[in-house]
Design a binder for this molecule. Structure first.
Ligand code: HEC
Length: 316
């Protein structure tokens, strides 16, 4: 088992080892009844939510810095498949002799074209494979399940059980649909897939901006609590909120005309205003409960907009 091997290496190196890893990561995913507790987090230094699906396929979150890539190298991973919009860290991957294939997908589904590319990559490039999205919760697990359905005879219930284990939100109906409905792709069909397998795929400017929004927002959230009252971190948090506001304004400028565009622009402008308000509150060390309230409103604006503009399943 790849993870067991990693664990030995990790323990030997006396790095962080998560007790959850021991014996809890099966070679094939044990079906869990629907609606049980969310995924166990197998924290490995530099990686989050790592799972071993068997068949030389691992799934998890973005490798973070050298530690993340070192962990992947220790597991023997040769090929990384990223399915999110973030630009892959090609330099670190190449430095450790690993190859990237970047197949960005949305939250609305895996889609046939992306699955063909992923299946071709897993059939023709050297494994083991690490399929990842940002946190390894939604898009990565769905893509991994679709690949396992397409190439390794996973059944639909197996795919559903895995998504429950990974903690994939049921709200992403398109991801669930495509993971469970993916059809087997026979070897002679794989041979005929002519799609390229790029290391990096350009993404839409809005996706790029959202990746930056997400990065800034996470940094800000990590200061939540401490920096929300008068504290030495408040100035840094305020600067983050200002950058968030600028990113939202930039995103609003990117959005074209038309009714859908106008609605999205409006939402983005509102989020920009909320972020500016937060920056001022953090900068003036106001009552932390006010700041907390604004932070929550900003968080709600992400969720609300994604529900109407990002997540609904695309019609098949
Ligand atoms: C008014 C609308 C709106 C708001 C507000 C908004 N987003 Fe988004 N976001 C979108 C849309 C639309 C997409 C999908 C873009 C696409 O795939 O074309 C998206 C995509 C994303 C993605 C996926 C990027 C990828 O890898 O594909 C992340 C992450 C994200 N948003 C984070 C956030 C966070 C965090 C916030 C709040 C702090 C936020 N967004 C607020 C509209 C919004």
């Amino acid at each position: 088992m790849l993870l067991r091997r990693l664990r030995r290496l990790v323990l030997a190196a006396a790095i962080l080892a998560c007790p959850g890893l021991s014996g809890t990561v099966p070679g094939t995913v044990a079906p869990e009844p629907k609606g049980t507790r969310p995924a166990r987090h197998h924290e490995v230094l530099g990686l989050e939510n790592v799972h071993d699906l068997g068949h030389g396929i691992l799934c998890g979150g973005e490798p973070q810095g050298d530690a993340g890539f070192a962990a992947l190298e220790a597991m023997g991973v040769r090929t990384l498949l990223s399915v999110d919009g973030m630009e892959p860290d090609l330099e670190r991957a190449r430095g450790r002799g690993m190859r990237y294939v970047h197949v960005p997908i949305g939250y609305d589904g895996v889609g046939t074209n992306a699955l063909r590319r992923l299946a071709k990559a897993v059939s023709t490039l050297p494994g083991p494979f690490y399929i990842h999205c940002h946190h390894g919760r939604h898009r990565g697990p769905a893509a991994a399940a679709a690949v396992a359905r397409a190439l390794h005879r996973w059944t639909a219930p197996q795919a559903s059980a895995w998504l429950a284990t990974a903690g994939t939100d049921p709200r992403y109906a398109g991801l669930h649909r495509d993971a469970t409905n993916a059809l087997p792709i026979p070897p002679d069909e794989i041979v005929r897939i002519a799609d390229p397998l790029p290391e990096r795929t350009p993404v839409e400017p809005l996706v790029r901006t959202m990746v930056a929004v997400d990065h800034e927002f996470e940094a800000l959230r990590s200061l939540r609590g401490n920096a929300f009252g008068p504290s030495s971190e408040a100035a840094a948090a305020s600067a983050m909120a200002t950058r968030l506001s600028e990113l939202f304004r930039e995103a609003a400028r990117l959005e074209g005309s038309g009714p859908a565009g106008a609605e999205l622009r409006h939402g983005l402008t509102e989020a920009a205003e909320e972020a500016s308000r937060l920056a001022v509150q953090l900068g003036t060390a106001r009552d932390p409960s006010d700041t907390e309230k604004t932070f929550r409103k900003l968080t709600e604006s992400c969720v609300r907009c994604h529900r109407s503009h990002r997540d609904p399943p695309a019609t098949p």
